[in-house]
Design a protein around this ligand. Structure first.
Ligand code: IPE
Ligand code: IPE
Ligand code: MG
Ligand code: MG
Ligand code: MG
Length: 325
């Protein structure tokens, strides 16, 4: 994919381990990341590029700030997960692009607000000056607000499916980003409200990151109206993948590079954040990432979709585990 690979990539040995359950390398961060389903990412990029929010001249500056952050080179993991899930349950990936676009808009809003001086106070994001550095805090706050509202406007007016399915997906997305999801997790993060102990830090990760990553999968299940026991394993996969995503984010905050990450390394330590690394130390955090990856892969294998239909989800799971950006 079009993101930088860390300096560690040269360490990949001649053995070239295949990343399957039996042959996980001891340290996935000592080699190059697993491949990414770039064909899905390109569909998402093209879709996002075409989005416009208003032709009102008075708000052109706001739209510019929204597009500045939205179109910056993110990995697009959440919308690509939505497209890959669509394939796994028998929908055309393109058919869920409005949902996928809405999810990426919400994710981008969360990054803009997360970087604000009152939050993590970071000045680099997706390899560019953060939104508030480029446009000022007032505009950055509004750009985030605008992306959140436009996301639901887009989903509710553009996503094709039975109305009750679209509503179910919208309700899931709103819940995943609300007080018992992302925003609640961000609150617990900045106000140090997570209970002490390993269960507390896992719960923090489930809320602040896990719910939105998980919703990228669950919303598609709702759109496809595949529910009940058949989707239990896919839902477990979705929940575990979200936690894995944030464990790796915590690890990369310590061992990554600004250049590969496109955001400042060491932000968590600077702010005394509760992370898997602060809780367990770097070596144990890596072991827990490996366990979480294995759990996610097992859930996916039990999830019902035939092997060919779930190949992109498997690829994304491995990428999320081995990524360096
Ligand atoms: C960063 O998300 C914020 C977290 C929830 C950890 P990503 O790592 O997906 O950021 P982009 O979208 O690629 O910039
Ligand atoms: C942020 O977590 C999660 C969000 C909801 C945006 P982090 O603060 O760890 O994300 P990064 O490391 O800045 O991307
Ligand atoms: Mg944060
Ligand atoms: Mg942050
Ligand atoms: Mg982080």
């Amino acid at each position: 994919m079009g993101v930088a690979v860390s300096e560690q990539s040269g360490a990949r040995g001649g053995g070239e381990e295949r990343l399957d359950e039996q042959h996980l390398p001891q340290d996935p961060h000592a080699r190059s990341p697993d491949p990414y389903p770039d064909h899905l990412r390109l569909e998402v990029e093209e879709y996002l590029e075409a989005l416009r929010f208003s032709d009102e001249p008075m708000t052109a500056g706001l739209e510019e700030a929204m597009r500045y952050s939205l179109l910056a080179p993110g990995k697009r993991v959440r919308p690509v997960l939505a497209l890959a899930t669509a394939r796994a349950v028998g929908l055309a990936p393109r058919s869920v692009l409005p949902l996928a676009g809405a999810i990426e808009m919400i994710h981008t809003y969360s990054l803009i607000h997360d970087d604000l001086p009152a939050m993590d106070d970071d000045d680099l994001r997706r390899g560019r000056p953060t939104c508030h550095v480029a446009y000022g805090q007032d505009v950055a706050i509004l750009a985030g607000d605008g992306l959140y509202a436009e996301a639901f406007h887009h989903l509710l007016s553009r996503q094709e499916s039975e109305p009750e399915r679209v509503l179910a997906a919208a309700a899931e997305l709103a819940g995943a980003t609300g007080v018992s999801g992302m925003v609640g997790g961000q609150y617990a993060d900045v106000r140090e409200q997570a209970p002490a102990g390993p269960a507390g830090v896992r719960r923090l990760h489930e809320l602040k990151t896990g719910r939105l990553v998980g919703a990228s999968i669950v919303c598609v299940l709702l759109l496809a109206a595949v529910d009940g026991p058949a989707t239990m394993a896919l839902r477990r996969f979705a929940a575990e993948l979200g936690v894995l995503f944030q464990i790796v984010d915590d690890i990369l905050d310590v061992i990554g590079t600004d250049q590969a990450l496109g955001k400042p390394r060491g932000s968590d330590e600077r702010h005394g954040k509760r992370t898997y690394v602060s809780e367990f130390g770097i070596d144990r955090a890596k072991e827990l990432a490996a366990e979480s990856h294995r759990t996610a892969r097992e859930a996916l294998a039990q999830g019902g979709p035939p092997a060919t239909a779930r190949a992109e989800l498997e690829q994304l799971t491995d990428f999320i585990y081995t990524r360096t950006s």
